[in-house]
Write a protein that binds this ligand. Sequence first.
Ligand SMILES: NC(=O)c1ccc[n+]([C@@H]2O[C@H](COP(=O)([O-])OP(=O)(O)OC[C@H]3O[C@@H](n4cnc5c(N)ncnc54)[C@H](OP(=O)(O)O)[C@@H]3O)[C@@H](O)[C@H]2O)c1
Length: 530
Amino acid sequence: MVPSDFVVMKALPLSPTGKVDRSALPAPGARRPDEQLGFVAPRDELEEKVAAVWSELLGIARVGVHDDFFALGGHSLMVSRVVFRIHDLVGIELPMRALYEAPTIAGIAGLIRRTGDSPGAGGLCFTPSLRLEDECRLDDDITAGAPPVDSTRPPEHVLLTGASGYVGAHLLAELLATTTAHVHCLVRAQDLAEARARLRKTASMYCLRSDVLGARVHPVVGDLAAERLGLSPAAFDRLASQIHVIYHNGARVDHVRGYSEMKAANVLGTHEVLRLACRARLKPVHFVSTLGVVYPPDYAAAGRVPEDAPAGPLGKLPNGYMQSKCVAEHLVSTAMARGVPASIYRLGAITGHSVTGACNPDDYTYSALRSTVQLGFADDLDTDLTITPVDFAARAIVALSGRPQSAGKVFHVVNPRPLFWLDLVRALRERGYGIRVVSYAECMAGLLDAARRGVATPMLAFLPFITQKEPGNARYVAEDYHSPVRWSCENTIEGLAALGVQSPPPPERLLDIYLEHLTRNDLSHPPVRT
Ligand SMILES: NC(=O)c1ccc[n+]([C@@H]2O[C@H](COP(=O)([O-])OP(=O)(O)OC[C@H]3O[C@@H](n4cnc5c(N)ncnc54)[C@H](OP(=O)(O)O)[C@@H]3O)[C@@H](O)[C@H]2O)c1
């Protein structure tokens, strides 16, 4: 295979152990995609300064004022460096989210002019003013009027969304392994061949058996963010008549972008899935949600969050992803109240496979773990990490979904044995990692300092989320959000016990499997023993 891009460097960046530091490598393709197309040169001194920062960090000589930073190869780890360099050159401290809100030079220059008087304004990843009554609107025709599918027979045709993603790939493998159903997978792609290739690529990325994509897997080219899931009216009706059950797992998962960007895929997508469930024949919906839809401080006094805790309050959830999943859950609950058979599975932090350790190394939990190990300090906000191996989560959802008693219930799909953050730090120290525990503010200062020094560490991708502060509040949003509650999971435990599904290995054992996988794949450093 001949690579399509080459980046010439004087030397490869090395990690402290002398291996190639892949996270510090520049993005390939660092040139303007089409030198001629739509190029508008900087029009004043401010745009020239911003363009100079982009050129320097992206390694591109000429950038136009309407070029998109991310389309030019910019990535989340670079975002904080852009903010710092602009501060150095212009003297204005932009919010960390600036590039997500305005990813062009013209946009950033406009933000600088507007925020000149109130630096740091507009930096929130969530919308405090969001109101559930405005956002949660389910069309009147989405109701349990159609004849229900025959629930006495195992479903022959299943619709699964999000199978090209981490959890979805494992749900697909589990559905194929434990049922005889044909699985129709809604995938974003140009055509069926690309959709199938995307499913195959994800399966192999997570070390799933390569033969999982046999004759029982049927890609459906579609888009959650579009009306009727991106299908023609005829194709939507055909699918509605063919399938017997829906696993709605697909979602845009991004902790930095705001609600307005998440809404189409996560809220409208769920709306259209519910429409499909009610069309032709009434079919059950299994909705994959997140513990992030509940606001933990509201349960601090009780110490536990029950499974029937309502999602919300919407305006307090600290990012647009959580807010969009909260609204989506309320849509599902509204449909349930209208008689649609549905179950909600709120997942904890999904971690690597409990046997292979194969994981999504750039997600929030893994980024926190990897940066802590790399930088040698950790904050002192002691929360339950809710680490839940991906294979256990997939097994639990598929098993519980086959039980008639599950209809109408909410399940907290978490490891019944908790692992708190400071227990993790202690366990890392016992394994030889030198880690200092510092206050949250000191930890953020340390991360910002690392970003300023150009140290590439995965947690930088989450800086706009973890460093956000509400105007007039000196504390970080995360400090107020923090709450050392436990997550009740009686519905899950009772259901899985009745089905004979085993709990995942204890967290300490999982930690060893995960660290071994990370170091073997050069994704984290082994402890430096002195
Ligand atoms: N991972 C966790 O720790 C965690 C924790 C709690 C809850 N969850 C929930 O688990 C579910 C899966 O998350 P994940 O971690 O597996 O995320 P992921 O790896 O990012 O997968 C998301 C999936 O959704 C699909 N998707 C996104 N936007 C779409 C659109 N407009 N049209 C069609 N498909 C779209 C993605 O397709 P593309 O490949 O085309 O982008 C991908 O297949 C989500 O509902 C999430 O809320 C995850």
